[in-house]
Design a protein around this ligand. Structure first.
Ligand SMILES: Nc1ncnc2c1ncn2[C@@H]1O[C@H](COP(=O)(O)OP(=O)(O)OP(=O)(O)O)[C@@H](O)[C@H]1O
Ligand SMILES: O=C(O)c1ccc[n+]([C@@H]2O[C@H](COP(=O)([O-])O)[C@@H](O)[C@H]2O)c1
Length: 192
């Protein structure tokens, strides 16, 4: 099968993430999109980070009604911080029958030259990049790269950081989360 890997912290998963994954599932030849919940991103701090299983639970609730979208806890047993190349090596060993590509927002492409062994990732995998407003520029070497494919789609100005700070300020963010995720966040008093 052709699998699109959508790596993220998902703290929490929001409608932007879900829209991107669904768009790729509907408009590409991918058979499935896996949301890989990352325990600790190399570029992030642990502050205000919910437990791995709570973030996985939110991804599970967001994706359960979508045939082609799956939560993945594959990184839970791997060394932190989680370098994507290490996870890919593990996945290729575990699932030699699958072909893996990556989905990411444009902000991640802008820092991609700082990722561990990024040349090796590009050698073996296609990367689909979703437009996103963010600071910084895309390195020249990634601009016309044959393995990097820009997705032509509307921009969604939404982030987990914004959602967490709005909840902390007592604002209603209900439309920004998939309904089942909002119910869980509300019931568990997350981010308050
Ligand atoms: N609104 C968005 N548009 C496009 N890509 C997005 C959007 N939100 C997240 N992404 C992408 O989803 C992936 C996972 O992102 P992540 O879980 O870090 O979400 P985030 O909203 O960026 O979180 P935070 O605000 O906590 O940094 C990354 O590739 C990121 O670029
Ligand atoms: O492999 C790397 O060097 C690397 C550097 C930065 C981020 N990543 C991965 O990219 C994903 C999204 O990261 P983030 O920081 O935007 O949540 C997450 O799964 C990280 O593990 C990976």
């Amino acid at each position: 099968m052709k699998i699109g890997l959508y790596f993220g912290t998902f703290n929490p998963i929001h409608v932007g993430h879900l829209t991107i994954a669904n768009h790729m599932a509907e408009h590409s030849d991918l058979d499935q999109v896996w949301f890989v919940v990352t325990p600790l991103s190399p570029f992030k701090k642990k502050s205000s980070l919910l437990d791995n299983h709570q973030r996985l639970e939110m991804v599970y609730r967001a994706t359960k009604d979508y045939n082609k979208l799956r939560p993945s806890d594959i990184e839970f047993g791997l060394k932190e911080p989680n370098y994507t190349i290490d996870t890919l090596t593990y996945l290729l060993e575990k699932f030699p029958e699958h072909e893996f590509s990556l989905l990411m927002g444009e902000d991640n492409l802008k820092s991609f030259h700082k990722w561990k062994n990024y040349e090796l990732i590009l050698e073996h995998h296609d990367i689909f990049v979703y437009p996103r407003i963010s600071s910084g520029t895309i390195e020249h070497r990634f601009k016309d790269h044959p393995k990097i494919h820009k997705i032509d789609s509307p921009i969604m100005e939404l982030s987990s950081t914004f959602i967490r700070s709005e909840i902390k300020a007592g604002k209603n963010i209900r439309p920004m989360l998939p309904e089942h995720v909002w119910e869980y966040v509300d019931e568990m008093n997350f981010y308050r």
